[in-house]
Each structure stands twice: as structure tokens, then as C-alpha cells.
Design a protein around this ligand. Structure first.
Ligand SMILES: Nc1ncnc2c1ncn2[C@@H]1O[C@H](COP(=O)(O)OP(=O)(O)O)[C@@H](O)[C@H]1O
Ligand SMILES: [Mg+2]
Length: 426
């Protein structure tokens, strides 16, 4: 026992909770790279959440506690992105609470989980909230163990849907800018939404993520893929290089001392583990067609094809789109980015002809800008860090919204907390 146990000024409950690890927490797995924001009304609830934030299982997660309850939350998210989890303490009576949640739903991304800690033990309120997309309702007082149990049920349950979405990028030819766009979109997701991203550079012999992010880690994706039997969240963590806040890289060795002939399932386990450890996983896939690249595209949540406006790109993009539609009949078509538009003196297919031939819209059209791209890559910086005012940077932010499904709260009726609003309006 620490000295604190003999200090009469420390409340007994405090000492018991921090000094003894509750049995219910003993088997709890580490919490993945999620962001948690709590809006409390009383110290009795803020206290345990603050102490939970310091728990050893929370080192990868980021938790902040604010006071002010629902009103403060609604105001805060007018201008800030919503995190993976909002914990809301409220003393409001049920009717007021449902109305207040309508206002929160308007500013809340559908992917955000909301847990409410209330002061009314009311079964019908509990049912109403659950029906309307609230992940859980707890009645105060709550312990660290109560909150951590909820978080782990939501985010680490091996039976549950994995936390993260995989976003796979591949060029219709080599050199079209697929990797550069993948890295910059990953950076935008991490920066704009303050949400965890893992970039996996799957181009083992020639990958450029290490150059673009100015990183030279000793280990990376090669260690992961050559020891699939060992790969779990803890091992993956050791292989990740931190590139920016919320952004980690699984770097390619970019060496030719070995050859890299993988079987079709070589990356499956790794991608699965990465998906359980961060809300977004960006897969930078080289322009090759073999068992494992096809499998990775087939199983990704979102596929982005990058093409330049030329005939061979058009032909390849068409084949990729057709093949992926067959492989993924129940998914949205891949997204298309047309890049390097307007290379001086190059005969190009116009963007509209290119899109008409594919019968698709473009998720982004990016001009050829050797100054911007060249400066960024020579300095190991992202485009936004080189020239934040460039319209290309704005286009890449839009692309980050599109591939994550973010920023469509107002227009898209989805499940989750959004359901509350639609029900209230009826
Ligand atoms: N829109 C663009 N304008 C000018 N240069 C670009 C543009 N997009 C990419 N590049 C450059 O093209 C080169 C190839 O990009 P890279 O991302 O490695 O392509 P890929 O992964 O498709 O092989 C890089 O030097 C990159 O900086
Ligand atoms: Mg590449």
C-alpha cells in the first residue's frame, strides 16, 4: 500500500479504485487508437473518467474531460470534429435529454459512439436511447471499471466488427501518384478529424512512404508479414513509426536484398490486426496484379483507383473497375481519382471523355503541379505542410471526407445518433 492509504485527506473510494485493479479489468485488452471526449456535469463522474484516462490500457487512446454536459458538447462540436466516443453526463430529465440529443445529432458524425451517464434510473428512457442509436446508458455513480468495460465492449470485442475501415489505394499504372495521394489523404484524415490512422506501405521493394514522411524506422511491414503467427496489436505497435499526431506508418524496407513473393493471404492477418488498432487503415498497394494485391482490394472497405488521363490508364482503370465490381458485388464501386491533369505538351484524354468512357464520376481531379509535389517530396513533407493554401490541398481534404464518409452528416440519413434527429422531426 502506498502512503496515500494513510493520508486521511484522500477519500477511501479513491484509494480503493486506483490501488487495486478491479477483477473486471484484469482481462481487458488495451484500448485501440481511439479518441474519447467526455462532457460532464459533476466531479463525481468527471473524476473516474479522468482516472481512467491514465490507465495503462489507455496509452494509445486519447481521452479528454470537459465540464458543461450536453450544452457544452453541442457548442463544442459546431466547430470541432466528433471523436470515436463521446461520453455525456447529464442531469436533464428524460424529455429535455431527448430534445438536447437532437441538437447533438446535427453536429455528430454517424460513426461516433455516444454513451450517456444519467442520474435517472428509468428503464423506458434506457430503451428509448438505445433505440435511437445511443450506445449505452449508465446511471451515476460510475466506477472506472464500469466505463472501461463499456469502452472495451464497444471497441475491442473480438466478436464485434473491427474498429477500423481499410482504404486501399492503387494506381491504374505505375507512377501516377497513387502512393502520394494515399499518404496525403491519410495525413488529412489524421489532421482534420483528429482520428487515428495507420498507413501500410505494401510496396516492399520500392515503397516511398518512408521518403514522403521523412521516416527511417528499423522495422516495419516486412517484419509483420514475415511473422504472421506473431502478429497481434502489441507486436504491431512495436513496428509502427509515428509520423504525426494520430498518424503511424508501417514502412516498407525499400531494399532489394530479398525478393517478395507472397501468397494470396499473406497480408490478411496484418490488415485485420491493424483494423482493430486504429479507426482508419490506409493501404498503399503497388501497381501489380497478383494473388495478394487482388485479395487486398477485394476485402478493403473502400478502394481508390488513381489514374492519369491517358489511354493505357483508361483501359487499365476500366478493367480494374469491372473486375472489382465482380469481386465485390455488394459494395460501392471503387472511387476514381484523376491525377496529373494538364502536363504541358502532353496529348491527354479530356476529363469528361475519360469519365464518360468509364461511366463514373471522379472523387477528385488533381492538376499536374510538379513544383508543389516535387518540393513536398524532396523535403519529406506533406503537400499541406508545403503549401497549405494550394487548391490541391483542399481537394485532398475533400477526398479525405469522401473516403471516410465524413462530413455528410447533414445530407445522409444513416443509423447511429442521426436516427434521433429524424425521429424527433417526425
Ligand atoms: N499531381 C501531380 N503533379 C505533379 N507531380 C505529381 C503529381 N502526383 C504525383 N506526382 C509525382 O509523381 C511521382 C510518382 O508518384 P507516386 O505517388 O510514387 O506514384 P505511384 O504510387 O502511382 O507509383 C512522384 O514524384 C510524385 O511526387
Ligand atoms: Mg506507389
Amino acid at each position: 500500500m502506498s502512503d496515500a492509504a494513510f493520508n486521511p485527506e484522500i477519500e477511501v473510494a479513491d484509494v480503493a479504485e486506483t490501488a487495486v485493479e478491479p477483477d473486471s479489468l484484469r482481462d481487458v485488452r488495451p484500448v485501440p487508437r481511439i479518441t474519447i471526449q467526455a462532457f460532464c456535469e459533476t466531479q463525481g463522474v468527471a473524476g473516474p473518467i479522468e482516472r481512467m484516462a491514465e490507465d495503462r490500457r489507455m496509452v494509445k487512446a486519447q481521452a479528454r474531460v470537459y465540464m458543461g454536459g450536453l450544452g457544452a458538447a453541442v457548442e463544442f462540436y459546431q466547430s470541432a470534429p466528433t471523436p470515436n466516443l463521446i461520453i455525456l453526463e447529464t442531469t436533464l430529465v428524460p424529455d429535455e435529454l431527448m430534445n438536447g440529443l437532437g441538437a447533438l445529432a446535427e453536429v455528430c458524425d454517424p460513426s461516433t459512439h455516444v454513451v450517456i451517464i444519467g442520474h435517472h434510473n428509468d428503464v423506458s428512457l434506457y430503451r428509448d436511447l438505445k433505440r435511437n442509436g445511443i450506445s449505452e446508458y449508465l446511471v451515476a455513480p460510475v466506477s472506472i471499471a464500469d466505463i472501461m468495460t463499456i469502452i472495451t465492449t464497444l471497441f475491442t470485442d473480438p466478436e464485434a466488427e473491427p474498429l477500423g475501415r481499410t482504404l486501399a489505394f492503387m494506381g491504374a499504372k505505375g507512377g501516377v501518384g497513387s502512393s502520394t495521394i494515399a499518404h496525403n489523404v491519410a495525413w488529412s484524415i489524421a489532421t482534420l478529424f483528429e482520428s487515428g490512422v495507420v498507413v501500410a506501405d505494401m510496396d516492399l521493394p520500392f515503397g516511398t512512404a518512408n521518403i514522403n514522411f521523412d521516416q527511417d524506422p528499423a522495422q516495419g511491414i516486412a517484419e509483420a508479414v514475415f511473422s504472421t503467427d506473431r502478429i497481434d496489436e502489441v507486436y504491431l505497435d512495436r513496428l509502427l513509426a509515428t509520423c504525426a499526431e494520430h498518424l503511424s506508418l508501417l514502412a516498407a524496407p525499400s531494399m532489394l536484398d530479398k525478393v517478395y513473393d507472397f501468397d494470396a493471404e499473406a497480408f490478411t492477418q496484418l490488415v485485420d490486426v491493424a483494423q482493430r488498432s486504429a479507426p482508419a487503415v490506409v493501404l498503399d498497394i503497388p501497381h501489380v496484379w497478383n494473388g495478394w494485391t487482388r485479395r487486398t482490394l477485394e476485402t478493403a472497405d473502400e478502394v481508390v483507383i488513381v489514374a492519369t488521363p491517358e489511354l493505357a490508364n483508361l483501359r487499365n482503370a476500366k478493367n480494374m473497375v469491372d473486375t472489382l465490381k465482380k469481386l465485390r458485388p455488394n459494395d460501392f464501386a471503387p472511387k476514381l481519382v484523376i491525377n496529373q491533369v494538364g502536363v504541358p505538351k502532353r496529348p491527354e484524354i479530356s476529363v469528361s471523355d475519360f469519365l464518360d468512357s468509364l461511366d463514373m464520376d471522379a472523387a477528385a481531379v488533381i492538376p499536374f503541379d510538379p513544383q508543389l509535389f516535387g518540393t513536398a517530396s524532396n523535403n519529406g513533407r506533406m503537400l499541406a505542410e508545403s503549401d497549405s493554401a494550394s487548391p490541391i490541398v483542399a481537394t485532398l481534404s475533400d477526398l479525405a471526407h469522401i473516403v471516410t464518409g465524413r462530413g455528410v452528416v447533414a445530407t445522409k440519413s444513416k443509423g447511429g445518433l442521426k436516427g434521433i434527429l429524424s425521429k424527433l422531426k417526425k
